[in-house]
Structure formats: structure tokens, C-alpha cells
Design a protein around this ligand. Structure first.
Ligand code: NAP
Length: 248
């Protein structure tokens, strides 16, 4: 059976690292992004260079119609999906809750939580034996913020990631007899461009002293955990959250 994987937000950072490691493990990969399709294409080219099939697919994961279109395209061009990594995610500028706008809150939940739901629902309809599928594996990107709460920085983001933790646990148990495993990874402070998008490019270095290992992690270090959870090597692991956070 071909292993076919969709990675949301796969154009850079952790998602791009997952794409490359997954290709090395024999996965064909659909690489999603929303704005920067040149980067998504470059990651797809890297996957092809490793002898696997690849697609770059544009969609805002919070847009139901766009998500459906991506899954339909994967059905046609790569075949039955067997893996999903819900990786697309955003932060925002440091702000107290009493200063936050409703628009900020809604965007945070639309991309980080609703996006994970929409992609997961489409994946289940293809993977679950209840729907005639062959089974599969789903990995959700949470964050150490779900445990820490991120006061004074982004409680909206932290609480959205905590929703991902509970979604992962409940869904894993719901589909445990349907051939689908569902797990999550909680990265700590990882050196990617997400910090610049939150207005603080040097955040990973600034916070390094708060990490027991005294350094930020790399996208590759997170991707190794994601690809293990996707793989058959994790065949008895479901409903688990793996912390990749340097002890934080
Ligand atoms: P990143 O470097 O900022 O990359 C984010 C990716 O998500 C980009 O490819 C971006 O696409 C895509 N994306 C953003 N909004 C999207 C949307 N609405 N629809 C589809 N794709 C969208 O992020 P990262 O640091 O690799 O983080 C990946 C995941 O790990 C996120 O869920 C994040 O919350 C989580 N995480 C990261 C850290 C960290 O320290 N880096 C820590 C804990 C958890 P475009 O390029 O097209 O905008």
C-alpha cells in the first residue's frame, strides 16, 4: 500500500522538516501552504528528488471548501490518504487577554483549532475502516504553551493548543478500533520563522535560558517525533502527546 501524507503548513519550519523526513521513510507527500506557494513547491521538489511523489496544494485550513478541494485533489493525484499532519498554526503579538480583540481570538481559533478539525474530518472519511478506508495515522501539532498557558504573551494561542490536546485524546479513543491512530507533539521553543510572525524574531534565543537544556530546539528535532508517530513503529501508540521541549 502506498503511504500518502498531507502536511498542512509544510512550506517552511517544522512542516517542511516533516516532509523531508517522511519522504526519506517512503511517504508520498502533499505539501500545503496558504500564501508562500514557492516555498511549498520547493519542499515538494525535495520530496521528488528523494524518489517519492509530491504535490504542493494551496488552502487556508480554516476554509471548509478549500480543505475539501485539497483532499479531492490528493484523492485524484496521489491516491488514498494514509497520513495527516495538522501542522499549520499561527501565533500573534504578545498581548494580555484584557487587550485582545475578538478578531484576534477568532483568527487564532479558526486556524489552529477549526483548521485541525476540518482537515481531520476529511482524513477520517478516507482512512477509517468505518468509511471503507485502510486505516492511517494523524499527528497534531500542539505546543508546550498548552501546559504553560503563556501569560502576558498569548493565552489565546496556548488555550487553542490545549484544545488540540483534548481533541487528540478524544478522537484517538473514538476511532481506536477503526485503524486510525491519533497522536500529538508538543514542541517547546523551536527556532523557526513563527517567532518573527509574532513580532519577535529573536524570541527563541531570548527564551533559551528558561529551557532546562539551555537552547532552542530545531525543526528537525520535532519532525523526528512526528514521523515516528506517523510510522508503523508507533503501532500501539494512540492518544499520546510527545513533548519535544528540551525539558521545559
Ligand atoms: P512557521 O515556520 O510559522 O510555518 C507555519 C506554516 O503554516 C507555513 O507553511 C504557513 O504557510 C502555514 N500556515 C499558516 N497559516 C495557515 C493557514 N491558515 N492555512 C494553511 N497553512 C497555514 O511555523 P512552525 O514554527 O514551523 O510551527 C509549526 C507548528 O508547530 C504550528 O502549529 C505551531 O503552533 C507549532 N509550534 C511551534 C513552535 C515553535 O517554537 N516554532 C512551538 C510550539 C508549537 P505560508 O508560508 O503560506 O504562510
Amino acid at each position: 500500500m502506498n503511504k500518502v501524507l498531507l502536511i498542512t503548513g509544510g512550506g517552511r519550519g517544522i512542516g517542511a522538516a516533516v516532509a523531508r523526513f517522511a519522504a526519506a521513510q517512503g511517504w508520498d507527500v502533499a505539501v500545503n501552504a496558504v500564501r508562500d506557494m514557492a516555498s511549498a513547491q520547493a519542499v515538494a521538489d525535495d520530496v521528488r528528488a528523494m524518489g517519492r511523489r509530491a504535490l504542493a496544494v494551496q488552502a487556508d485550513v480554516s476554509d471548509e471548501a478549500a480543505v475539501r478541494a485539497v483532499f479531492n485533489r490528493i484523492d485524484t493525484e496521489l491516491g488514498p490518504l494514509t497520513g495527516l499532519v495538522n501542522n499549520a498554526g499561527v501565533v500573534d503579538r504578545a498581548q494580555r487577554v484584557d487587550e485582545m480583540s475578538l478578531a484576534r481570538w477568532q483568527r487564532m481559533y479558526a486556524i489552529n483549532v477549526q483548521g485541525t478539525f476540518l482537515c481531520t474530518r476529511e482524513a477520517l472519511r478516507r482512512m477509517s475502516t468505518r468509511h471503507g478506508g485502510q486505516g492511517g495515522s494523524i499527528v497534531n501539532l500542539s505546543s508546550a504553551a498548552a501546559r504553560i498557558g503563556s501569560p502576558g504573551q498569548y493565552v489565546d494561542y496556548a488555550s487553542a493548543k490545549a484544545a488540540i490536546d483534548t481533541f487528540t485524546l478524544g478522537l484517538a479513543r473514538e476511532v481506536a478500533t477503526e485503524g486510525v491512530r491519533v497522536n500529538g507533539v508538543r514542541p517547546g521553543i523551536i527556532d523557526t520563522e513563527i517567532h518573527a510572525s509574532g513580532g519577535e524574531p529573536d524570541r527563541a534565543q531570548r527564551l533559551a535560558p528558561q529551557v532546562p537544556m539551555q537552547r532552542p530546539g530545531t525543526a528537525d528535532e520535532v519532525a523526528q517525533a512526528v514521523v515516528w508517530l506517523l510510522s508503523d513503529a508507533a503501532s500501539y501508540t494512540t492518544g499520546s502527546m510527545v513533548d519535544v521541549a528540551g525539558g521545559r
